[in-house]
Design a protein around this ligand. Structure first.
Ligand code: NAP
Length: 667
């Protein structure tokens, strides 16, 4: 839709409102609707109807339009989301009429704000949106500013529990997880010191600035429950937009100046006698500091340490080299002959971004990626959406809730293994085989007339066994370009001037880009963590990182990992939800320490083993857990140690309360 005018900047809220709604981006008011009926009709035609009905019901304090017969069926998402959650045409017709009438009512009554909902309004709205899946309600309320019992914000304060106690926390890392931790700790008033090895907040988004970097999950599922920005420019935000958001959140949360930048954690040692962590940190000038803390929050990233393969002859190569995460902005690739090694999520974004400007491109592919259709991958937010978020109170936030809600089951059903399925190693179930065939048919269309490329573009493993990419056909277009060579024989060695493939052919290149990923199973890489009895955490793990709820490790009291082992979602769920819950859980554990006046809390080994056994069972039932697949989701023992196989709701349930039976309290 074009020609929508009259949208002005949202009215920002005062501190009181931000506090009441627990949202740093709370908007007190929207702009009044002044458009005529015909205009509103066009808006309704382009709107996501369940979201609009929910937003109108809340703004009008009238849930009568949320009729059971108009509930979206939430048709499972195989590839792209179904418009309106899969509502039938008839449902859409009726819902559109109700939405139009609601919009007129909003206009005619001049309503430009919304307030906390009553419990029954909340339940009616969530019931409508979820098809009465009550077991999702508590988790969803965590994401709903308007729920009277929105979870997340600490309902206690350090001051009231232990004002006199000398208790300090170290938060390590100011990326997506660290920002959430600092905000919640600040809200609870728990004293903390925050260190960051880099020079800015933003973590992975500050580091990954390569050409083409952007989200590969929908933007509206990628924000904090306490910072629900809704004026995003793109449907899949560009890297710089995410970084700008993170900086802004840190600024609004008031934590920016509290961060010690350029400070790297080298070592943690638990002092059994004092029940304190001794933290050794370094500054860029080599100065080493030792400080003591009552608790430590590790918000170190998972995809952080570049994996640069050890390839023969690399030292001889005279050209430029860079890893995707260490992009050389001082280098102009225009006109250069470039090799890209790897065909994962980073390469998928880099290759289309540089193909037009380089003179030659050699792509070294070890395994072909599966690509899900995402025609809107590079698209801005639509005009209709922009109008709705500016004019209908809380519309953008309701849309965010919708993305998170439909992401609860996500696409898990397409990658769940059937026990007696005989299609291995190419698929894990009938549904997975159907998905495989559908995605192959897309590739056949995209690579029509290029059997040489098609032969190598079809992955030889089940869809979902590795991370699937979002495709708007730019990858196949780059492969088809005259200047591109797809090399699939492997890398034999480097020479002074290029790379020799395993067929013996030399590809002379001016620059080599390693899009070869990270070392995701090496949790806490580069940090020595010595716990009770002198046990070092990497020795304890022996290459198989494990943590109870992905957070606590036996023998390492008062040490909490945010986004630790086995909590990464890949086909379902919100990353922010998972890490916010880990933050909230860590705070709850600290509350136990403060309330009970104990010095520490240490998870029991049997509790962690039980958790690991449970997630292993879940992962074994997924495409990535099959013994014949190889993926970065697995560690060197072959165990899937990165991935969470269940939904956000299960994580809500297990992190809802600290089960004291699972912990030893240190007096
Ligand atoms: P990746 O998915 O691990 O891909 C690395 C690529 O390099 C793979 O194609 C891999 O081949 C190849 N490779 C590794 N070692 C190699 C070697 N020795 N010789 C030849 N090829 C080699 O890494 P990534 O693309 O950086 O992505 C990592 C993760 O980061 C993603 O899965 C995603 O979670 C995240 N990410 C997110 C975004 C986003 O949201 N915007 C963007 C980028 C990355 P094999 O497949 O055969 O191992």
């Amino acid at each position: 839709m074009t020609g929508i005018h009259g949208v002005s900047a949202a009215h920002h809220a005062g501190a009181e409102d931000i506090d009441k709604f627990d949202d740093l981006y709370w908007q007190s008011r929207t702009d009044p609707i002044v458009e005529d009926d015909a205009f509103l009709e066009r808006i309704v035609a382009g709107a996501e109807l369940p979201v609009l009905l929910a937003a109108l019901a809340a703004a009008l304090h009238d849930t009568s339009a949320l009729r059971p017969e108009l509930q979206p069926p939430l048709t499972p998402i195989d590839t792209e989301p179904h418009p309106n959650g899969g509502m039938t045409d008839e449902q859409c017709r009726e819902a559109s009429a109700l939405a139009l009438s609601g919009l007129k009512q909003l206009r005619d009554s001049g309503i430009t704000s919304v307030d906390i909902l009553t419990e029954s309004e909340t339940r009616a709205t969530l019931g409508y949106l979820t098809g009465n899946r009550e077991e999702w309600f508590d988790m969803l309320k965590h994401e709903l500013d308007l729920a009277v019992d929105k979870g997340g914000k600490p309902a206690w304060s350090f001051e009231e529990l232990a004002a006199a106690r000398d208790f300090t926390t170290l938060i390590v890392g100011a990326g997506v997880a660290g920002i959430a931790a600092a905000h919640r700790f600040a809200q609870a008033g728990v004293p903390f010191t925050m260190i960051e090895a880099g020079t800015t907040v933003g973590g992975t988004w500050a580091k990954n600035t390569y050409a083409g970097v952007r989200l590969d999950t929908p933007t509206f599922g990628y924000s904090y429950s306490f910072a629900q920005r809704s004026d995003w420019p793109h449907q899949f935000a560009q890297g710089g937009e995410v970084l700008e958001y993170l900086r802004d959140v840190a600024h609004r949360a008031g934590i920016v100046d509290a961060i010690e930048y350029s400070t790297r954690l080298l070592r943690l040692r638990w002092d059994d006698t004092a029940s304190l962590w001794e933290a050794t940190t370094s500054a860029p000038d080599g100065t080493v500091n030792v400080r003591r803390f009552s608790a430590v929050i590790s918000a170190l990233g998972q995809l952080d340490k570049p994996n640069i393969p050890d390839l023969p002859g690399f030292a001889d190569y005279r050209g430029l080299t860079m890893h995707s995460q260490e992009w050389r902005h001082d280098v102009d690739l225009a006109g250069k002959r470039v090799a890209v090694i790897g065909t994962g999520a980073s390469a998928y974004q880099i290759v289309p971004a540089i193909v037009d400007s380089v003179s030659k491109l050699a792509i070294f592919q070890r395994s072909a990626p599966w690509m899900l259709p995402a025609p809107n991958y590079h698209e801005p937010i639509t005009d209709t959406f922009r109008w709705l978020r500016a004019k209908v109170p809380h519309f953008g936030q309701w849309y965010r809730l919708w993305v998170i809600l439909t992401g609860i089951p996500g696409r898990a059903h397409t990658v769940t293994a059937e026990p007696d399925w005989t299609g291995a190693p190419l698929s894990v179930s009938r549904k997975n085989q159907e998905l495989r065939e559908y995605l192959i048919a897309r590739l056949e269309t995209q690579l029509q007339g290029r059997p040489d490329l098609l032969e190598h573009a079809i992955p030889n493993y089940p869809p979902g066994a590795k991370r699937m990419l979002r495709d708007n056909e730019v990858w196949s277009a780059a492969l088809r370009a005259d200047k591109t060579t797809l090399v699939t024989s492997g890398i034999a060695r480097f020479t002074e001037s290029g790379v020799v493939d395993s067929d013996g052919l030399e590809h002379e290149v001016d620059a080599v880009i390693f899009a070869t990923g990270f070392k995701p199973s090496d949790y806490l890489d580069g940090v020595e963590v010595v716990g009770r009895g002198g046990t070092e955490i990497h020795d304890f793990w022996n290459g198989d990182a494990r943590a109870y709820n992905g957070i606590t490790v036996p023998g390492f009291p008062n040490f909490f990992m945010i986004y630790g082992p086995n909590v990464g979602g890949v086909v379902a769920g919100s990353l922010h939800f998972m890490l916010e819950r880990a933050v909230e859980y860590s705070l709850s554990a600290i509350r136990v320490i403060l309330e009970r006046g104990v010095r520490g809390i240490d998870v029991r080994a049997e509790a962690m083993d039980r958790f690991v056994e449970w997630v292993d069972r879940g992962n074994r039932a997924m495409a990535w857990g099959q013994p014949y697949v190889s993926t970065w989701y697995q560690n060197r023992h072959g165990r899937v140690s990165q991935i969470w196989p269940y939904t956000n709701v299960e994580y809500w349930n297990i992190t809802h309360a600290v089960q004291l039976d699972d912990y030893e309290l240190l007096p």
